[in-house]
Ligand binder design. Structure first.
Ligand code: CMC
Length: 422
């Protein structure tokens, strides 16, 4: 059987046979046969916007792999910094490469004093930390004019290191500002996640050493959130990057896309939903109201996964490790009941709606003491590694500027009517 698709223009009887390659067909063949007829796909639901060798996602079978390595093995055996290296470089580092990578990231954790004093402290006291993060990322581009050299290998590498390293510092700074606590400088004697927890929680102690179980749990969550192929924020990164904007401007755009409740904001929405449900007895009436179309079950469903999100399975396990240290999150029982009820209900079964990465992550963050406004920020810290891996790949591919077409549905040509005649 030929691995091809034939497109026929029934107006002219002309056909073109297009080979299926890597699971897709080349749209330029469509354009050759049908100039001026556009493929209508506003949410890119049937469009491969890039070819990529970074992350493989098989949503039907619940499979997620970074550079070929199963997410379960990475979560079990790797660290976020090693995974970030893998995503960017394509291979796991050897001992020497990893030592250099860790050193470089560790020594770029500080942010310019003016970023902290003039920008971050300038925000209103109740500014959402995601708003602070998005704006600060954009502001960084003005501090590093060398970032404009996007085709210089050394410059590109430097911006990647800076961005991965500074995300926790900006994130913790955004939190400290919102609660009126003084900024905590990075402690470069700590590992990546412990340093972030120190910048979040340190008060008057000379050295803050977080519980290793909590640092490790956060590290696993960072691995799980590091990349997810062409999701909304990564697509924003690639689209903005395709105009040859610098890495900070493109990352700010990606972070803005992540901010929305349909994407990175869903973990916050899950906690609000569980709090509103309040007791196990309210679970069934809540599910009934979702089925009547009165709102969605937050943390359920996914554009690509039509099976249990493998990240949700790992996170559920991590939750129990964290609760051993912090005590159980009271909302857990409601979440478990909600999952059990939904997974045995035909509405959710027939639509293949399963828990996604956000269903349990918020419970962990809340148990660890993070305020809800920080949840999406916690998603953004590691996702920057994925954004940058895609940005790097897109530049290596010398991708054309993203410039889709539209189906025009407005008025036909008409003559201007002067104000007095309207
Ligand atoms: N609760 C109830 N019904 C749902 C849900 C849900 N969470 N998600 C989808 N549906 C229904 C939807 O009403 C539709 O039903 P019908 O065919 O009868 O109209 C059907 O399932 C298909 O939904 P869709 O809106 O076409 O699906 P989509 O691929 O456009 O949306 C989604 C994907 C993630 C935006 C959506 O499932 C959703 O809103 N989920 C809740 C928010 C959430 O958890 N987001 C986190 C996503 S994972 C993390 C990330 O990628 O950032």
């Amino acid at each position: 059987m030929p691995e091809t698709v034939t497109i026929t223009d029934n107006r002219t009887g002309e056909s073109v046979e297009v080979p299926i390659s890597n699971g897709g067909v080349d749209a330029s063949q469509w354009s050759k046969l049908l100039p001026g007829i556009w493929f209508y796909d506003p949410s890119f639901g049937a469009t491969a916007a890039a070819s990529s060798s970074i992350t493989e996602l098989d949503g039907e079978n619940g499979i997620l792999r970074y550079r070929g390595y199963p997410i379960e093995q990475l979560a079990e055996q790797s660290t976020y910094l090693e995974v970030a290296y893998l995503l960017i470089h394509g291979e796991l580092p050897n001992a020497e490469q990893f030592a250099a990578w860790t050193h470089d990231i560790t020594y770029h954790t500080f942010i310019h004093e003016n970023v902290r004093k003039r920008f971050m402290e300038g925000f209103h006291h109740d500014a959402h930390p995601m708003g602070i993060l998005v704006s600060t990322l954009a502001a960084l581009s003005t501090f590093y004019p060398d970032a404009k050299d996007i085709f210089g290998a050394e410059s590109r590498h430097k911006q990647i290191i800076r961005l991965i390293a500074k995300m926790p510092t900006i994130a913790a700074g955004a939190h400290r500002h919102s609660v009126g606590m003084p900024f905590v400088y990075p402690d470069n004697n700590l590992d990546f996640c412990s340093n972030f927890l120190s910048m979040m929680w340190k008060v008057a102690e000379p050295h803050f050493q977080p519980d290793p179980v909590l640092s490790h749990a956060l590290d696993v969550l960072f691995i799980l959130h590091a990349d997810h192929e062409q999701n909304c924020s990564t697509t924003a990164m690639r689209v903005v990057g395709s105009s040859h904007a610098d890495a900070y401007s493109a990352s700010a755009a990606a972070a803005a896309a992540l901010y929305g409740p349909r994407h990175g904001g869903a973990n916050e929405a899950v906690i609000r939903m569980l709090t509103e449900i309040g007791t196990i007895d309210n679970v069934e009436p809540f599910i009934a109201s979702v089925k009547e179309g009165k709102g969605r079950l937050q943390g359920f469903g996914h554009r690509v996964y039509k099976n249990y999100d493998p990240r949700a399975r790992i996170i559920k396990k991590v939750a129990y490790d964290v609760f051993e240290v912090t005590g159980k999150n009271q909302l857990l029982d409601i979440a478990l009941k909600l999952e059990e009820t939904a997974l045995s209900d035909d509405y959710f079964i027939s639509r293949k709606l399963y828990p996604n990465v956000d269903f349990y992550s918020g419970l962990i963050y809340q148990a660890m003491g993070f305020p809800m406004e920080m949840f999406t920020v916690l998603f953004a810290i590691p996702r920057v590694a994925g954004w940058l891996a895609h940005w790097n790949e897109m530049l290596d591919q010398d991708a054309r500027i993203a410039r889709p077409r539209q189906l025009y549905t407005g008025e036909a040509v008409r003559d201007y009517v002067p104000m007095g005649g309207r």
